[in-house]
Design a protein around this ligand. Structure first.
Ligand code: FHN
Length: 416
């Protein structure tokens, strides 16, 4: 396959905008998050015995895929192996795997097949570090162990890239080393060599920025911060507390639907994606509260997805009202704080042809003042959507903002 350009490889990702992150593994048995082995300093042999209990008979990858589709998600990233070293896939270089444990199943294979059947792109999360190696904690003192851990990473990434067909995203994590032994991460993991091999196996793949190299995607975590224009990025976030990517039995602080939708809009407004995480229970099912939020987001996207999927940055200001996305000469104003009467958007240079509520088609009156203020008039007292309402505005060309050469001009009702 001729080398694909970055833009060609990124095309589906920009169209997708919304993905499902899934943190699931042995740690879900304990229900205290994916860091439980380290947080509670559970000895390796003691923790390994959990593999004899991990037999999620209700695991159904098609149900996960159906939930992602209902949520309006277009891809997923599954933890194939987290920091605890337990693999959800079959590996020739480790006995600490689901196929060799009580489950006797290759959950990664089932995930790939089900998500492809559902028309979704598939991504693999892979933790480079493995807490079980003393060489992770003291790489200079335990050189052989550190080298064995790096070799395991190379071998298992090769298995993941060659045993499961076409993979769309390789989501590295755990590239860092303990604070006391800060090293050149890319050099320690031999990341250039590793990623060169990955791209040989999977020429179209997107690789994130967590193997010590920039690669294709920035990955702001638990916040939504846009990268520079032209650079792919994806905000990853938990639905509940930031400490709980893996299943937490009682996770009281779940984000509201409004917060989740606003995060999705903020990501789209910056031409980035939102990778929203669920932490399935030990039996493989997703908690009802998480399912509800995902399905509610899907309902919003059914009515407003045109403003999100494949959208681009927009030069216009949103004021305190909200944020814009754009598609060619169409602007989408996502209103977070419904004004209930007129909404004023400053410094609009481009003439408006039409404005209407995206979800209902209801026309919205407007006027444009000489100093670039676009006034959306006589808006309904109550927002069309209780969380985020979207106005679609057709402009005579790509919407541009007026430049304020004279910063005080607006005082006199001018914008020059
Ligand atoms: O330590 C991991 C954590 O468990 C989780 O996987 C997140 C997800 O991006 N990444 C690391 C923390 O930055």
């Amino acid at each position: 396959m001729a080398d694909l350009s970055y833009e060609e490889r990124m095309k589906w990702f920009h169209e997708a905008r919304f993905g499902l992150f899934i943190h699931w593994g042995l740690y879900s048995v304990l229900g205290r998050g994916e860091w439980v082995m380290f947080n509670e300093r559970i000895p390796k042999a003691h923790y390994a015995r959990l593999a004899d209990q991990f037999n999620p008979r209700r695991f159904d990858a098609d149900a996960w895929a159906a939930l992602a589709v209902e949520a309006g998600m277009k891809y997923a990233v599954l933890t194939t192996r987290h920091h605890d070293g337990f693999c959800l896939f079959d590996s020739e270089v480790s006995d600490f795997t689901a196929p060799k444990g009580a489950a006797r199943r290759d959950f990664v294979a089932e995930y790939v097949q089900a998500f492809r059947r559902a028309g979704l792109k598939v991504g693999f999360y892979y933790s480079l570090l493995d807490w079980r190696f003393p060489g992770y904690w003291a790489p200079d003192k335990e050189k052989a162990s550190a080298e064995a851990m790096v070799e395991q990473a190379h071998a298992q990434v090769r298995e993941l890239m060659t045993n499961y067909g076409k993979i769309d995203v390789l989501w590295y994590d755990g590239g860092w080393l303990p604070r006391e032994v800060r090293k050149d991460v890319a050099k320690f993991w031999r990341a250039q060599e590793l990623n060169r091999a990955v791209r040989e196996y999977q020429p179209h793949i997107l690789i994130n920025n967590r193997s010590g190299l920039e690669e294709d995607l920035d990955t702001p975590e638990q916040h939504v911060t846009a990268s520079r224009a032209g650079r792919g990025w994806e905000s990853c976030m938990t639905i509940g507390d930031s400490c709980g990517w893996g299943f937490i039995r009682n996770n009281p602080n779940l984000k509201t639907l409004t917060q989740l939708l606003q995060n999705l809009v903020i990501a789209a407004a910056g031409e980035g994606n939102y990778l929203l995480n669920v932490g399935p229970q030990p039996d493989g099912t997703v908690r009802k509260e998480e399912q509800t939020r995902l399905r509610d987001m899907g309902r919003w996207l059914q009515a407003n997805g045109e403003a999100i999927y494949g959208s681009q940055r927009c030069a216009l200001h949103g004021g305190m009202v909200g944020l814009w996305t754009r598609k060619r000469n169409l602007g989408y104003l996502h209103i977070f704080r419904w004004p209930g009467y007129d909404a004023a958007i400053p410094l609009v240079k481009t003439r408006v042809r039409r404005a209407w509520v995206l979800a209902t088609g209801e026309e919205v009156r407007f006027r444009q003042e000489h100093n670039g203020r676009l006034i959306l008039e006589a808006l309904p007292a109550y927002p069309p959507d209780s969380d985020v309402s979207v106005l679609k505005v057709e402009f005579e060309g790509e919407p541009e903002a007026l430049k304020e050469k004279d910063r005080a001009a607006w005082l006199a009702g001018k914008a020059r």
